[in-house]
Design a protein around this ligand. Sequence first.
Ligand code: FAD
Length: 287
Amino acid sequence: MIPAAFEYVAPTSVQEAIALLQQHGDEAKVLAGGHSLLPIMKFRLAQPKLVVDIGRIPGLDGIARSGDTITIGALATHDAVERSGLLREHCPLLPETASVIGDMQVRNRGTIGGSLAHADPAADYPGAVLALDAEIVARGPGGTRTIPARDFFVEMLTTALQPAELITEVRVPVIGKGTGTAYVKHAHPASGYAVVGVAVVLEAGGGTCRRCAIGINGVAGKAYRATAVERALAGRALDEKTVAAAAAHAADGVDVQGDLYASSDFRAHLASVYTKRAVLLAASRAG
Ligand SMILES: Cc1cc2nc3c(=O)[nH]c(=O)nc-3n(C[C@H](O)[C@H](O)[C@H](O)COP(=O)(O)OP(=O)(O)OC[C@H]3O[C@@H](n4cnc5c(N)ncnc54)[C@H](O)[C@@H]3O)c2cc1C
């Protein structure tokens, strides 16, 4: 499939990109890694008149630590996140998540900013940023603002970003001692996207769960926090029976999606099974 004709521009600064987006409104679309935008342009589900390629803006792909926060530039590729020594040591949930996104070609081109902005319910990062209580930094005509991950995903393919706003960075906390993290995924056998993906950040002490945060993607129209499971685990022993009973609530309160591969009942079942696995794995890593 060939996309409809479009103009292409590659600004060299965030300000220039924002000005172009403001000037061209709905007719312009941001291009980062292109691994979600180009397929939908080829299917002609998007037909922008102007493609604004932010991939050449310098300084948007760094990964750096400042105090207890790690900042990841919007243009950091999935591969860069997977290989980052800083993240592997201090926030291993993100490299683990990045490592199971698509294949090597996708990971070499796709970016964390593009994935979050696209807000595909079956993408892998959304559950992880929810579990991490990450912050998404956006810059637009009105300046810079910080959006908590829990407010970022509005509905399928829709985020809290305003017109002409760009994600510039994602901020995640440094994970401390006594806290384990895990991302486990049931991948669609054809596309590799998450049929169910569960991200867990769990603080343990004396064999019990002190605090846990669970983000789930693939199950509903948008990624969500499994608050019923979090509540059921708080202060409880981290044995298999208790975790299984809590994980049975993984799809509570959400409209579970069904499709040709997985009916909504099967998906809800997978959500419980994978939540149990992710919690037990995070608990074992918490030490
Ligand atoms: C074969 C294949 C398999 C895949 N498998 C998986 C998978 O298993 N798991 C998974 O999570 N993903 C998967 N993906 C998607 C992949 O991770 C994409 O790279 C990602 O979803 C989008 O990132 P991108 O940088 O390519 O964004 P683009 O495609 O360039 O852009 C995506 C959207 O985000 C907007 N955008 C991009 N950057 C910004 C920004 N900084 N600020 C504001 N808006 C922005 C664009 O305008 C566009 O609307 C797959 C893709 C392919 C082609």
